[in-house]
Design a protein around this ligand. Structure first.
Ligand SMILES: Cc1cc2ncn([C@H]3O[C@H](COP(=O)(O)O)[C@@H](O)[C@H]3O)c2cc1C
Ligand SMILES: O=C(O)c1cccnc1
Length: 344
């Protein structure tokens, strides 16, 4: 069953122009707050109010899953790292959990498709599990259509929980050895570009493995042929339960009027696929950071999205979005607290 996915109404342009006027009227030279100005305008239009509310109520979810393709020499690390990292998340010692704690952002890790029982962890972690791993995308479809539909429903459920908990801004992070391969493949299919243009070193593979990874992505794209034109077919063929669920989370949040701060390659792959499925989605997204991954860079450029932070990070987990949250908060605070030039 293919879920019915409607387009997303973009944020209110009338609020955006009101916000632009206010920013220009603040006690500062026009344009002097640079990128923070467009950020404040975006946030204001997403919130539907001017000035923007600095109480962002950000929340983060990280979706973990393994990938069949990870056995084919595409990563610098073995797949056993994925379950070990899920445990680090639960312990609060993963990079993303450290950053989330620093910024006081609730973060929940979910196992969507880790190839491990992950026994002994809180029940919440495994509540949305779809299957163990996905199939190797260069050889066969990563998911069945039913598995993809189950993963989509899991993402909708996760988003609804976050919305019910009061999310005002959502970060979707990834975790899973091998996942830069499906993410790059999804970006190539969405943008209609070659494997060579999107394939990066992920966790840090050397030249030979990079060449091999490019070939695997090319094989996957050749294998699916014309199906690449259909974003749902792309998810079934090239995705994974965690990637599909993340797409659903983004679409559900945007439809409910909750903006999304994007992370690196994986989050951007999810967002561009979500845009293809539900046009209007990307207008609810801001690019948190620029990853060193070429596919992320290219996708952001093609969609005219400028990342807030460029700290040469290449981790995933939502880390690049988490470090950008203070900038977003600053943008909203400035807009709401600064005096107007005319009132001085
Ligand atoms: C210890 C460790 C922690 C991570 N946290 C995120 N990733 C990131 O790197 C992986 C993707 O890169 P590739 O496609 O090259 O495998 C994913 O787990 C992603 O979340 C990690 C990777 C490792 C090794
Ligand atoms: O950009 C990312 O999200 C990324 C890069 C390398 C490894 N994992 C994630």
């Amino acid at each position: 069953m293919i879920p019915t996915i409607e387009p997303v109404t973009p944020p209110d342009p009338a609020v955006a122009s009101h916000a632009r006027e206010r920013i220009d009227a603040l006690a500062k030279p026009t344009g002097s707050l640079g990128r923070l100005e467009e950020l404040a305008v975006w946030l204001s239009s997403c919130q539907g109010s001017c000035p923007a509310d600095p109480d962002l109520r950000p929340r983060a979810v990280v979706l973990a899953g393994d990938h069949g393709v990870a056995d084919q020499g595409v990563s610098a690390y073995p797949r056993e790292v994925t379950p070990a990292m899920v445990r680090a998340f639960v312990a609060g010692t993963a990079a993303a959990t450290v950053l989330a704690e620093q910024h006081d952002i609730p973060l929940q890790i979910y196992d969507l498709a880790v190839d491990d029982e992950l026994s002994g962890l809180p029940e919440e972690v495994g509540r949305h599990k779809v299957r163990r791993s996905s199939r190797p995308l260069n050889v066969e479809d990563a998911l069945t259509s039913d598995e993809a539909a189950t993963a989509y429903a899991a993402g909708v459920a996760i988003a609804e929980e976050q919305l019910a908990a009061g999310a005002g801004l959502l970060i979707v992070g990834d975790l899973g050895i091998g996942n830069t391969t499906p993410a790059a493949a999804l970006i190539a299919a969405s943008l209609g570009v070659s494997a060579a243009e999107v394939t990066g070193r992920g966790t840090g593979i050397a030249d030979e493995a990079l060449h091999h990874k490019t070939m695997i992505i090319d094989q996957a794209l050749q294998r699916i042929g014309d199906r690449a034109a259909d974003p749902w077919q792309r998810l079934v063929a090239l995705g994974s339960a965690d990637l599909v669920a993340a797409v659903a989370i983004m679409i559900t949040a945007a439809r409910a009027g909750v903006p999304i701060l994007l992370d690196g390659l994986i989050a951007v792959a999810e967002a561009v696929t979500a845009e293809d499925l539900a046009p209007g989605l990307l207008a609810w997204c801001a690019a948190g950071h620029r990853s060193t991954e070429p596919g992320q860079r290219l996708a952001l450029e093609k969609h005219d999205m400028r990342p807030l932070v460029d700290a040469e990070m290449r981790l995933g987990e939502g880390s690049g979005a988490l470090v950008a949250v203070p900038l977003l908060r600053s943008a909203a605070l400035l807009m709401s607290r600064m005096s107007l030039l005319a009132d001085l």
